[in-house]
Unconditional design. Structure first.
Length: 94
């Protein structure tokens, strides 16, 4: 039986660990992964919502970045509501 995980990494610093975790768990059995993160999670996921690592910012860019992040969160919420998610992993999200 396949398990469906949602993995979210908000910054590149944590994304490497999240991608490593996905690869490690996949060695133990079938795993379906929906991810929100950056390029490394995109590479290991079955369904990639978007690259939120490009939108982490402080200062004047923060409001624009927040708007993009909320769009990703809406997509993530739809996945969680429509799928049978077994585990959610959130790594290094500001």
């Amino acid at each position: 039986m396949s398990k469906h995980w949602v993995v979210v990494a908000g910054e590149l610093s944590g994304e490497r660990y999240a991608a490593h975790l996905v690869n490690h768990i996949r060695q133990r059995g079938h795993l379906t992964v929906t991810a929100l993160g950056g390029p490394q999670l995109k590479e290991v996921s079955d369904h990639f919502i978007g690259d939120c690592t490009q939108h982490t910012a402080v200062g004047i860019r923060s409001p624009l970045s927040a708007k993009a992040i909320f769009r990703y969160f809406d997509a993530l919420e739809n996945v969680i509501k429509s799928q049978n998610i077994a585990v959610a992993v959130i790594v290094d999200f500001p």
